[in-house]
Design a protein around this ligand. Structure first.
Ligand SMILES: Nc1nc2c(ncn2[C@@H]2O[C@H](COP(=O)(O)OP(=O)(O)OP(=O)(O)O)[C@@H](O)[C@H]2O)c(=O)[nH]1
Length: 508
């Protein structure tokens, strides 16, 4: 393994582990906020349902009044509604609607005009722009507004006042149709009020208390409706946590359809890293009054803020401990690696060098010679092998002891190293026998010169513990490729010539 990658790898591992710790804490935070989301969604749905139930109670009393109390006249109806407006400022308008079949239209207009002392005609809100989308029930019935009590200035689309046919406004007709079909209060989709705020209409049949005949079959069905402000469907101060978004829309419209959207609030932008790391949770509930017609969705894009100060501290501490452990591990690994390399080098040295003199041993020498022969085969040059055997070494041992002999062998090795070039190989074959490998030999004379230098150096006296010892040396030479191309053959030739030299020296 390459040791230089150890620190970057440890750093990467540390980053990955830190990210995992972050994810673990984030998922813990997710579990906590799941229950909070459940609580917030349930509370909001409940709140909306309560507000709509209260509104329906207003509508019920208006419906009851319009069924039984009409003989008291419009003044009483006005005063009832004005009392309701005071108690419930979110109500913008109260209105009563009647079904008038096409055949009765003229009689209705005549009678209404006479009662009010001014012309009343059934008209569309803006027939040119808003043709009815739904087939009118009962083969061309009209649903004109027969009574209207505004809390303040009349907001559109109701400003055309009496006689306006609510079935000509598609979203109002939709609510009317629903309430008629289910005999329950029904909500319209939200629409813009004149003051730029949103409002909605809640409408219900007003004649359900009439049991005979069945209300649906009554020739002049009555409906009462309230127009309210959308703002009051939810508490004014929502106090949403960061990242939480509340959406409320009419069930008959898609979530993405802006027409059906009552509310979309609390959207908080999160950074891309937070969006990637933290999930977004969402809960949807249907809500409403007696007939749930609204969809509530609370979504929560979680982020760093969901992790508390204590968790941050624990995470930082864990990251530091991890860093310390990793650095300790890397240092230990590096130390082990350095020790192992040193041990290997030591073993290599022991296996390839002579323990006494530190010179190469026979193994290493043969290996070097092998390499040198391969090289010379390519470049066509020559090698020289010098075999050195000391003369009169045995008496040193015998006279001064083995330790002194060892010391002399070490001095011999040192002198060999001084005389030879760095690129030459010198090895101790054993006892007082040494071998030298000279590479790139150009001429025999060069080799003879080296032999002479060796002889001069080795014949110099040796000082051992105050005594002086003088030795001789016999050198045998062999050349590659002239004397053979195998190590054994070359050594045999060198041995032979060395032996002759020794005999010559002994004869002198
Ligand atoms: N001190 C010491 N002596 C050794 C070692 N290895 C071998 N010897 C001795 O070295 C001597 C070598 O013998 P020879 O080569 O016959 O001795 P010599 O006196 O040089 O004789 P010639 O070579 O014939 O001149 C022997 O006495 C060995 O015991 C060693 O590591 N240390």
């Amino acid at each position: 393994m390459k040791m230089k990658w150890l620190y970057p790898a440890a750093l990467l591992l540390w980053l990955v582990l830190c990210a995992l710790i972050g994810v673990a804490f984030a998922s813990r935070a997710v579990h906590q906020v799941e229950s909070e989301l459940e609580r917030v969604t349930g509370r909001l749905a409940e709140d909306i349902a309560q507000r709509l139930n209260a509104t329906e109670a207003q509508l019920d009393s208006y419906a009851g009044f319009s069924t039984f109390g009409q003989h008291h006249g419009e003044l009483t109806e006005h005063s009832l509604l004005l009392r309701q407006f005071k108690r419930h400022p979110s109500i913008v308008l109260g209105l009563r609607v009647r079904r008038v079949n096409e055949g009765e239209r003229a009689a209705f207009e005549r009678e209404s005009s006479a009662r009010r002392g001014r012309p009343v005609v059934i008209h569309g809100y803006d027939p040119a722009r808003q043709p009815p989308r739904y087939p009118l029930e009962g083969g061309g019935s009209h649903y004109p507004v027969v009574s209207m009590v505004p809390a303040g200035a009349l907001p559109p689309p109701f400003s055309p006042a009496l006689g306006m046919d609510v079935s000509r406004v598609d979203f109002l007709y939709d609510a009317l149709h629903q309430s008629q079909r289910r005999e329950l209060p029904a909500l319209s989709r939200p629409f813009a009020l004149g003051d730029g705020r949103l409002g909605y209409l809640i409408i219900r049949p007003a004649d359900e208390f009439v049991l005979q005949p069945a209300p649906a079959l009554l020739p002049d069905r009555q409906f009462v409706a309230l127009v309210l402000r959308v703002d009051d469907l939810l508490p004014r101060a929502l106090d949403l946590p960061p990242g939480m978004r509340v959406q409320l829309w009419h069930q008959r419209y898609g979530q993405q359809d802006p027409q059906g959207r009552f509310l979309d609030t609390g959207r908080v932008a999160r950074g891309p890293f937070e969006t990637l790391l933290f999930p977004s949770l969402a809960l949807s509930r249907s809500t409403g009054g007696s007939a749930p017609s609204l969809m509530l969705k609370v979504s929560w894009q979680l982020g760093w803020a969901q992790i508390g100060l204590f968790e941050w501290l624990v995470m930082a501490l864990l990251a530091l401990v991890l860093l310390a452990v990793l650095l300790f591990g890397v240092n230990t690994l590096l130390r082990c690696h350095v020790d192992r390399v040193a041990r290997e080098q030591e073993l290599f040295h022991l296996a390839n060098h002579d323990a006494l003199t530190g010179l190469a041993n026979r193994n290493l020498f043969e290996d070097r010679l092998q390499h040198a022969i391969r090289r010379v085969r390519r470049n066509g040059k020559r090698l020289a092998l010098l075999l050195l055997d000391m003369d009169r070494f045995k008496p040193v041992n015998d006279t001064y002891g083995h330790a002194a002999g060892d010391r002399v062998l070490q001095l011999i090795a040192a002198r060999l190293n001084v005389v030879l070039r760095g690129e030459d190989t010198v090895a101790r074959l054993g006892g007082d026998e040494f071998v030298v490998l000279l590479e790139d030999v150009d001429a025999d004379a060069d080799v003879a010169q080296v032999c002479e230098r060796l002889q001069l150096a080795l014949q110099e006296p040796y000082q051992i513990d105050g005594d002086t010892v003088t030795l001789g040396v016999s050198i045998g030479t062999a050349f590659y490729p002239d004397d053979g191309d195998a190590i054994e053959a070359l050594l045999a030739v060198a041995d032979r010539t060395m032996y002759s030299a020794k005999q010559r020296a002994a004869a002198r």
